[in-house]
Design a protein around this ligand. Structure first.
Ligand code: ADP
Length: 449
């Protein structure tokens, strides 16, 4: 089956550049779209064509569906790649793109909508034999009902928005006294952020790791898993540092969980790339949610499998069969990714501005996915992530040493970044030993030196 011919990249920054690179290596033409403040983005310069789609606020540009469709129409693009964030998990966008005879590089809208509702996603997984975090998704109206249900779930518990994302809309309740207020707060936060106030309760795990499994499926009923990523190092439920394989997961566990989710992917008839997120505690995995798009941390999986996930995404969207079986996927070595954010590493305040000096690290096993260059101005309107430093080596210890030297080489002057924080992390004994859970970073942030 022939590949798609011209892809419109409905995104910006490093992921837009990442998609453009994959397209160019596949011989596919590219269309960059950008807001008025983004004309100097690296991928806009490198794309075959570019179109301005609106003003800086993303609602009026990167999330402006009529503008994106018009841009695809004018340029004759036969596909749209949404990247992550913006419209990547918007089922209305996926279906309207398809209705216009354009290929949406992602799963079917039904799967986006099924997984976009986390209560629904958990129920689907339970029906497919995948274990989920114990909890309750009953609609609760009175304070008595809330208390009653909370006691059944047990304390501590967490209240989450069914339409949640980006770590927002979660409230912890440690005791019966806290739960009613937490419930109402979660509901109003969910309404304000996601326009949907349905919430659910889950047992709050005290010491889990965040483990996620990457899957890939074609349109012909084939699905494989590509092992796990450990994304436990988080601040405010946002990932900062990811690695593959996880220092806490054995080969037998990987194979068992991986095969279970690959089977679930097949049974659902899911297509494209996807990630099943789990919390892992005391030898047990509990499903949390599924992301129906490419993830920020996909490069660590690419490094240990040698598989280019964006190219595979484009190939399966073109209708091609997977060119490898589960047995042919071999995990080798170790990879770590550090998210470099334009933020003050002390207080995490955003730090947009002009890059006056830029030098990216290099050498064997070092990959930098970034749109930065000297003279570029990081605008204040978007996500603060400006680069991903990904390091690969034969084993975890060598990988950490390589990461340490790559971080030392990295120069980004003019703005503040999270590089100094990563430098402290690689020198930390518990990180070196792989002994960390999702709460580790917040507990240790103030005494990392
Ligand atoms: P989002 O879609 O907003 O990222 P997730 O459901 O993926 O929300 O949760 C994000 C993070 O929040 C998890 O990686 C974990 O650190 C924390 N978290 C979520 N649910 C629980 C839970 N039941 N117990 C403990 N921590 C949790």
């Amino acid at each position: 089956m022939a590949l798609l011919k011209k892809i419109l990249i409905a995104n910006r920054g490093e992921i837009a550049l990442r998609i453009l690179r994959a397209c160019q290596e596949l011989g596919i033409k590219t269309v960059a779209v950008h807001s008025t403040c983004d004309s100097e983005l690296m991928h806009v310069r490198l794309a075959d064509e570019s179109i301005c789609i609106g003003p800086a606020p993303s609602k009026q540009s990167y999330m402006n569906i009529p503008a994106l469709l018009t841009a695809a129409d004018i340029t004759g693009a036969d596909a749209i790649h949404p990247g992550f964030g913006f419209l990547a998990e918007n089922e209305d966008f996926a279906s309207v793109v398809q209705q216009h005879g354009i290929t949406f590089i992602g799963p079917d809208p039904e799967h986006i909508s099924m997984m976009g509702d986390k209560i629904n996603a958990k129920k689907t997984m339970e029906s497919l034999g995948v274990p989920t975090i114990p909890g309750s998704s009953k609609e609760l109206f009175s304070d008595d009902e809330i208390l009653e249900e909370a006691k059944k779930v047990g304390f501590p518990l967490i209240i989450k928005a069914t339409a949640g994302g980006g770590g927002k809309g979660m409230k912890l309740a440690r005791t019966e006294e806290e739960v009613i207020e937490a419930y109402h707060m979660a509901k109003s936060e969910a309404r304000a952020n996601f326009d949907n106030d349905r919430v659910y309760m889950e047992r709050y795990l005290q010491n889990p790791r965040h483990i996620e499994i990457q899957v890939l499926a074609d349109h012909h009923g084939n699905a494989v898993h590509l092992g796990e990523r450990d994304c436990s190092l988080q601040r405010r439920h946002q990932k900062l540092f990811e690695e593959a394989p996880s220092p806490g997961v054995s080969e037998a566990q990987r194979n068992q969980l991986g095969n279970l989710v690959a089977e679930a992917t097949r049974k659902m008839g899911y297509k494209g790339v996807g990630t099943f997120e789990f919390l892992y505690e005391n030898g047990e995995f509990f499903f949390m949610e599924m992301n129906t798009r490419i993830q920020v941390e996909h490069p660590v999986t690419e490094m240990v499998t040698g598989i280019d996930l964006i190219k595979e995404q484009i190939k399966v969207a073109s209708g091609q069969k997977l060119s490898f079986t589960q047995d042919q996927i071999v995990l080798k070595g170790h990879a770590i990714e550090c998210r470099v954010n334009a933020e003050d590493p002390e207080n995490f305040f955003p730090s947009p501005g002009k890059i006056v000096r830029y030098h990216a690290p290099g050498g064997l096993g070092v990959r930098v996915d970034s749109h930065l260059y000297a003279g570029y101005t990081v605008p204040p309107h978007y996500d603060s992530m400006v680069a991903k430093l990904i390091v690969y080596a034969d084993d975890r210890q060598q990988c950490l040493m390589r990461l340490k030297r790559a971080l030392k080489e990295y120069v980004i002057d003019g703005i503040k970044t999270t590089i100094p924080l990563h430098q402290k992390l690689v020198d930390n004994k518990e990180i070196k030993d792989g002994q960390y859970t999702i709460h580790w970073l917040e507990k240790n942030l103030d005494n990392l030196d």
